[in-house]
Design a protein around this ligand. Structure first.
Ligand code: ATP
Ligand SMILES: O=C(O)[C@@H](O)C(=O)CO
Length: 429
């Protein structure tokens, strides 16, 4: 029987990524608490969970700021007694040549006084696989995927060793599939070899969940693990924890349904199109109208007022690469992102004030903005809708519950927005 103390302390660089990681840990049987931003130190000792995931919004901020906030999260997790630290980034390794994955990893290593860690965004359940150090998204290299058009972190190279080496000061090596396929002791031996050669961070190949389950035991006792959410499936067993369905039960649902989409990813574009094809009510947020000072928030809420009583309402700024490029050319990429995030955050607040209690948010940065605008500080993880996206429960003032699903841009099937509400309804039954 595993003891009650905190085992895994996780730092996630965005909010959808945090729920993705928490989802995999819950499905592997861990009792997980997800915190939004670094909580007050005074509650660190009273936390009762196997894992805590601290959700940051540090993926695209300047590297020095990402390091500071990640170190603050680390300090909290150590005060809470975490035995192992997990730094979670995107399964598409979203970052720029100046960071933030490398600088944050090295700052955590220094603070934990460790000279070695691994790095792998592999998440086979969502078709992210790593082979010979190269990241594939579905059947294509990362650099040929929609990620090459990402508005903030365009990924134009698929060689993870090269990408990480550009961001880190320590040498970066590779634990390739031949080693991983031999299991625990071969992986440990390769770690020792790389270490003796002065390598500080090793990219790890993984093309299947079996690879990740073989990797898990080799990571027992490693002070710091850095990865997408996939590696999480192999860690709980290191503490004798086994899968259990009761870990994901949520309170019954109430209230109206809405979807807010600020994601501009390929998958989200498909999901918005699917929703529109069904003829369901949708309000399109135009970034240029926000930029010119129009009351877009008020107009979106007026539209919602007319439709909420009869079913879900979608509010979206989602657009294809050309539309996004054109907006960015007029407003600036960072400025456009900030304007849209602020508007969608205020719309979310207005929707909840109007009785929305089941809310889907699409996009990592967008989810960060919405969750912060709603003042949510903790999430409980419920049933999985699609790999990487669970329903969550957030306590609202007055004892009510908001059911919220934070969908990463590239996750989910085309019918995600309608399917998600059906999953929630089923879980009520
Ligand atoms: N029409 C638009 N034009 C320009 N920028 C937009 C538009 N719509 C949304 N944005 C901005 O683009 C960014 C999208 O990032 P977000 O992380 O929310 O989604 P994503 O990148 O598609 O998904 P993820 O990061 O989860 O993979 C946000 O800053 C958002 O405000
Ligand atoms: O790993 C992923 O792809 C997601 O959890 C994510 O981080 C999206 O922002």
């Amino acid at each position: 029987m595993p003891d009650k103390g905190l085992k895994l302390g996780c730092i996630a660089d965005d909010f959808t990524g945090a729920t993705d990681l928490a989802n995999n840990l819950v499905r592997a049987g861990m009792r997980v608490v997800q915190m939004i931003n670094v909580p007050d130190l005074s509650i660190a000792e009273s936390v009762d969970a196997d894992a805590v995931v601290i959700a940051l919004k540090s993926r695209t901020i300047p590297a020095a700021e990402a390091v500071d906030v990640s170190l603050a999260a680390l300090a909290w997790l150590r005060a809470a007694g975490a035995e192992q630290i997990y730094f979670k980034y995107c399964s598409t390794f979203d970052s720029t040549p100046t960071g933030n994955i490398g600088p944050v990893t090295e700052a955590l290593m220094k603070s934990l006084d460790t000279d070695f860690t691994i790095a792998t965004p592999a998440f086979p359940d969502n078709a992210r696989t790593v082979f010979k150090g190269h990241l594939f998204v579905g059947d294509v290299l990362l650099s040929d995927s929609g990620m090459r058009h990402h508005p903030l972190t365009p990924m134009t190279d698929a060689n993870l060793v090269r990408i990480l080496a550009a961001q880190a000061t320590r040498p970066v090596g590779l634990i390739d599939h031949r080693v991983v396929s031999q299991g625990d002791s071969a992986i440990r031996a390769r770690v020792e070899q790389l270490r003796s050669e002065g390598v500080g961070i090793a990219i790890v190949d993984a093309v299947s969940n079996d690879d990740l389950l073989r990797l898990g035991p080799a990571l027992a006792g490693m002070p710091l693990v850095t990865a997408g959410s996939g590696v999480a499936i192999g860690l709980p067993a290191n503490w004798g924890i086994v899968p259990s369905r009761s870990a994901s039960a949520l309170p019954p649902t109430t209230g109206h349904q809405a979807v807010i989409s600020g994601s501009v990813s390929e998958a989200t574009n498909g999901q918005v199109s699917d929703y529109l094809r069904r003829g369901l009510p949708a309000y399109s947020v135009d970034p240029l109208s926000i930029g010119s000072g129009q009351d877009v928030v008020g107009q979106a809420l007026e539209f919602a007022d007319q439709h909420l009583a009869s079913g879900p309402v979608l509010v979206y700024s989602t657009d294809g690469p050309e539309g996004v490029r054109s907006v960015q050319g007029r407003l600036g990429a960072v400025e456009a992102g900030a304007l849209v995030e602020d508007a969608l955050g205020r719309i979310a607040r207005g929707l909840v004030d109007r009785g929305v209690r089941q809310l889907i948010v699409a996009g990592g940065e967008t989810s960060g903005a919405v969750i912060q605008a709603l003042g949510v500080d903790q999430l409980r993880i419920g049933e999985q809708i699609d790999p990487g996206v669970p329903w969550c429960a957030a306590p609202l003032a007055g004892g009510e519950t908001l059911h919220v699903a934070l969908k990463s841009g590239n996750f989910g099937t085309p019918d995600f927005f309608t399917k998600a509400f059906a999953v929630l309804e089923r879980s009520n039954a």
